[in-house]
Design a protein around this ligand. Structure first.
Ligand code: DC
Length: 225
């Protein structure tokens, strides 16, 4: 692949919830010394702000207006903090309430337009590994490498459940699996930028693979010319 210089590479990692995108994307970014941009965190920040402000997440007009005036900042330090209007929301955006609300918010064109603009600005700062649902298809159509990560629904639910448990959140595996299925359906069926692989994406099924295996595979793909 490599068309851009190594420090200007754009790598898009898309896929459904729990496919391992963020863990893998973070490591690939570290190894290649690129920025990591977690676009899901941006949609979560808007969902969080709507919930906090008492704005019904089903009200497209109000949520879209809110997105235009909300400042979402991802810091690029090791802590990878997420800021929403000056508030550190890194932990809060991972709550089950935000997870349940975020797919509705992410379906609104007004919200997407605003966040895609921010995402492209991030990419203009230098090389990036960006993860999300529409990075290869819409946000960075000229990315040097596009990966679509998948894994069995069972494994994805288990991974997300373990993550939540590690963060001290007590939810049942069944609940996580149901939420995830519902979210994937909403993300895949929405009209604007639905979750789908770009035509030139490389599909990687991560079921049964270790994080290191997946990272190694992606790094080797960046070497291919
Ligand atoms: O990756 P995640 O679970 O943090 O994403 C949260 C939600 O945001 C998810 O329901 C899909 C949506 N999303 C999106 O529509 N487009 C993106 N580029 C990233 C996330």
């Amino acid at each position: 692949m490599t068309r851009r210089k190594p420090d200007e590479l754009q790598i898009a990692i898309d896929g459904p919830a729990g496919a391992g995108k963020s863990t893998v994307a973070k490591l690939v970014a570290e190894r290649l010394n690129l920025f990591y941009v977690d676009t899901g965190a941006m949609y979560r920040a808007i969902a969080y702000k709507a919930l906090r402000s008492g704005i019904p997440v089903h009200d497209e007009t109000l949520v879209s207006e809110l997105a235009q005036t909300t400042q979402v900042v991802l810091d690029h330090s090791n802590e990878r903090l997420v800021w929403c209007d000056g508030e550190n929301v890194t932990q809060a955006i991972r709550s089950p309430e935000v997870s349940r609300a975020v797919s509705s918010v992410a379906a609104y064109i007004g919200v997407r337009q605003r966040l895609v603009e921010l995402q492209r600005l991030e990419a203009a700062r230098g090389g990036v590994v960006m993860d999300g649902r529409d990075i290869g298809t819409y946000v960075l159509p000229e990315a040097d490498l596009k990966i679509f990560l998948t894994a069995s629904a069972q494994e994805r639910a288990k991974r997300r459940w373990l993550e939540l448990r590690k963060d001290g959140k007590s939810v049942s595996l069944e609940e996580v699996a149901q939420d995830m299925l519902r979210r994937d359906r909403q993300d895949t069926e929405r009209e604007v930028s639905p979750l789908e692989p770009a035509r030139d994406a490389i599909m990687l099924d991560t079921t049964g693979l270790s994080v290191e295996d997946i990272v190694a595979e992606i790094l080797s793909l960046t070497q291919e010319g």
